[in-house]
Ligand binder design. Structure first.
Ligand SMILES: [Zn+2]
Length: 367
């Protein structure tokens, strides 16, 4: 467990995440971090020390990675409530993918503020969890893939700026962590590893680089828990041990879970928790972020259980009726009623099953 070698864990949250965002008809207009926070609270997994209200990032903080003109553009469209043709084209703001909604600047800045705070907090060791984070597609001067800013990049930069020599970034989201890779491709102080579904947007992350700091493992549809365990044990942990980082940052997107409408991966939440725990043991400082995830049941169970795993609570504790009510109250236009797994309504941990590892996955270990 992470807490065996670290000095405890904090959860970074905010009431802002309980509010609906992204407007209507967007895959992210579902309950996510707000409901994760409620579920953890109802399970009794917070105390006076381990829940922290997220600070917000100032424009100067955001400017460590994002251009001033782009930051101003996000503020401007938020205030105006709409984008224009030029802003849409230059900054990707006001598209179907990256819609303009009221409070978008505040929410994006809060997400980044949480991850920057996570970096500051773990300087003294331990684990900081910001489930609203993981906006890994954001570019310095452009919104991309539902991400307005890039909080993993800002967290890593803050670690480096504070003197942390080497940072290992692991991206478990179903989509390639292209924005983070692009930020550090020429920085030998940072290694990035992304495990993502192949032939899926953004279609990058096909290869690793020769300078040994960028690693990509595109996996086929149906990628399951036993296969993730294999990749972590056989590839990621040896790579991380060799890199010898002083801090680890993980984007733990939940869109690779079975039942997610935006990927064909078939992971279990327990496999993601084990992966995060194993990689967290490599360094004395760990930052854990959220990411994608478009099935409210699987996202909320995954990220609530991830907190239990990080903070040493028992995810198999019987659920209180108010905790169960949270799972029963969820709804999604992207998940058909007959596809709702009964386990999603009465438990947090997925059931585990050992499955054979396909040759295609074993071959990744030989690359
Ligand atoms: Zn994703």
């Amino acid at each position: 467990m992470i807490t065996n070698s670290h000095q405890g864990a904090i959860f970074i949250g905010s009431e802002i995440y309980g509010k609906v965002a992204y407007g209507k008809n967007h895959p992210l207009s579902i309950p996510r971090v707000g409901a994760v926070t409620d579920l953890c609270r109802q399970m009794g997994w917070f105390n006076a020390e381990n829940y922290v209200d997220s600070p917000t990032a100032s424009p100067k903080d955001l400017g460590r990675y994002h251009s001033r003109a782009y930051i101003d553009a996000v503020r401007k469209v938020d205030k105006a409530g709409k984008s224009g043709a030029k802003t849409r084209e230059i900054y990707g703001l006001g598209t179907i993918e990256n819609p303009v909604f009221s409070g978008m600047f505040e929410r994006g800045a809060m997400t980044c503020g949480g991850s920057i705070y996570a970096a500051e907090w773990v300087l003294g060791g331990g684990c900081a969890y910001n489930p609203a984070g993981g906006t890994h597609h954001g570019r310095p001067n452009r919104a991309s893939g539902f991400c307005y800013f890039n909080d993993p990049v800002l967290a890593i930069l803050r670690l480096l700026d504070m003197g942390v020599p080497r940072v290992f970034y692991l991206d478990l989201d179903a989509h390639h962590g292209d924005g983070v890779e692009a930020a550090f491709i020429n920085d030998p102080r940072v290694a990035t590893v992304s495990i993502h579904e192949k032939s899926r947007w953004p279609y990058s992350g096909v290869e690793s680089n020769s300078s040994d700091n960028i690693w990509n493992f595109p996996v086929p549809g149906g990628f399951h828990a036993s296969e993730l365990n294999f990749l972590i044990d056989e590839i990621v942990l040896p790579l991380a041990e060799k890199f010898a980082p002083d801090a680890v940052v993980v984007t733990c997107g939940a869109d690779g879970l079975a039942g997610d409408p935006l990927s064909k991966m078939e992971l279990t939440n327990t496999a993601l928790w084990s992966a995060v725990s194993a990689i967290g043991d490599i360094a004395p400082r760990t930052i854990v972020l959220g990411g994608g995830g478009y099935n409210p049941w699987t996202v909320i169970r995954c990220w609530a259980g991830l907190w239990a795993s990080l903070a040493n609570y028992d995810v198999y504790d019987s659920m209180t009726s108010s905790a169960l009510n949270i799972l029963h109250s969820l709804d999604s236009d992207l998940v058909d009623e007959e596809d709702i797994n009964p386990n999603w309504l009465n438990s947090i941990a997925d059931e585990t099953e050992d499955l054979p590892i396909r040759t295609e996955i074993k071959d990744l270990a030989l690359m």
